[in-house]
Write a protein that binds this ligand. Structure first.
Ligand SMILES: [Zn+2]
Ligand SMILES: [Zn+2]
Length: 393
């Protein structure tokens, strides 16, 4: 099996130090993480860089790799496999893939932790303009008693006597093909190569404990339901106090009583009386910014109202687009505010009102209006408006 050059996978030179390797890995992991990169190739690449990092971040495995050994060989593969031979075992034993006697080194006690995901519900205005929130998170953190070592204070892990620190032992079994020697993870130390004689009482030797802590999270302006905000190194600490994974905060935007969001545009409906729609008027309406109260309660340069010009003769269903009054985009720009005007027909007329309306109807010759049938629905899309424009000629 040909193996990719692990240094090339991470894009580092062969003499790169541990810090450089870690930085290179983190940078790639951020680009390729399946949560942020939907490209199917990215997922395979993400696993590839994970495997490369697993080896190059571990001094023993890296040394084994540099010597030309297979640092992945059988890592944990022997666990729970039972006594039988698999076809791979036999092929490996005969063709040298897993030749007995060739050391692959123990598996590390310290491994990178997993990413964590939490959900956060925020208001529409907070999603639009950004917000800073305190979050309670419950993750594994490094055990403060043993600092991740897993050993009782004053004691240390000791080399396993069964495997002499190799983490694996040779198995010899007979089969119809002859004697087969395979390397299996050492049962005494579970492949670690070391034994903790006196585990830390706080973490039972795991090097990490669960802890609830409060994090301050800055949610950028323009997020929407489903957006994941990444907090590097705030996820689970790994076994043996290993480097932490990342924490992802998945945003869920609550429904707003007035504004609905479509992409970066905001939509709302305003009702105006029939008389105002006929005569025209100007309305002052609250913007989404009105929801944002400055923390100090002081003045703000946000525009909390906007003027809507209702032209004389406005029809019910008319849309007015206010450019740049929508939600700011995550990558700049801002959507529009689309206001739909609904004309309210008066109900329960007083005697004088009815008299005036009847008089108006008489003047306009509308006492016995003839029904005019038209195609389409009163709420026209862009196509409907276009068709109307053609029909007008
Ligand atoms: Zn501990
Ligand atoms: Zn052992």
């Amino acid at each position: 099996m040909s193996q990719p050059d692990l240094y090339a996978v991470l894009g580092v030179s062969r003499d790169a130090d541990a810090d450089t390797i870690k930085k290179a890995y983190r940078k790639l992991a951020r680009q390729l993480h399946p949560d942020v990169n939907p490209d199917p190739d990215a997922s395979a690449r993400f696993q590839e860089i994970g495997r490369a990092y697993e080896v190059l971040s571990d001094p023993q495995k890296r040394a084994a790799y540099d010597r030309g050994g297979d640092p992945f060989g059988g890592m944990g593969a022997g666990f729970g496999q039972g006594a039988g031979f698999s076809f791979t075992d036999i092929m490996d034993a005969f063709f040298g893939g897993q030749a007995a006697g060739q050391s692959r080194g123990p598996r590390p006690r310290t491994r990178r932790g997993q990413d964590a995901l939490i959900r956060l519900e925020i208001e529409l205005a907070e999603a639009a303009f950004g917000v800073t929130r305190e979050l309670k998170v419950d993750t594994a953190v490094v055990c403060s008693t043993c600092h991740g070592e897993g050993t009782s204070p004053g004691t240390h892990a000791q080399t396993c006597e069964t495997c002499r620190g190799a983490g694996e032992v040779a198995h010899v079994q007979r089969s119809f093909l002859g004697e087969i020697r395979t390397l299996r993870p050492c049962a005494a130390c579970r492949g670690f190569g070391t034994i903790i004689p006196d585990p830390c009482r706080e973490c039972s030797g795991d090097g990490r404990v669960r802890s609830r802590r409060t994090l301050t999270v800055k949610i950028p302006a323009g997020v929407d339901t489903g957006t994941r905000v990444q907090l590097a190194d705030e996820g689970e600490v790994g076994p043996g106090g290993g480097p932490p994974g990342d924490l992802y905060v998945e945003i869920h935007v609550a429904r707003h009583p007035v504004f609905t969001r479509q992409g970066n545009d905001l939509h709302c409906t305003v009702t105006v009386p029939m008389t105002a729609a006929a005569l025209g008027t100007t309305l002052e309406l609250p913007t989404l910014e009105a929801d944002v109260v400055p923390p100090d309660g002081g003045s703000t340069d946000l525009e909390t109202t906007f003027e809507l010009d209702v032209r004389p003769g406005t029809q019910s269903g008319t849309e007015q687009v206010l450019r740049g009054r929508g939600v700011p985009g995550l990558r700049g720009g801002r959507g529009d505010l689309v206001v739909t005007i609904a004309v309210e027909t008066p109900t329960r007329l007083g005697p004088r009102e009815e008299e005036l309306l009847r008089e108006l109807a008489a003047i306009r010759g509308e006492e016995q209006p003839s029904a005019k049938l038209k195609a389409g629905s009163p709420r026209k899309g862009a196509f409907g408006r276009l068709r109307d424009a053609f029909n007008a000629h």
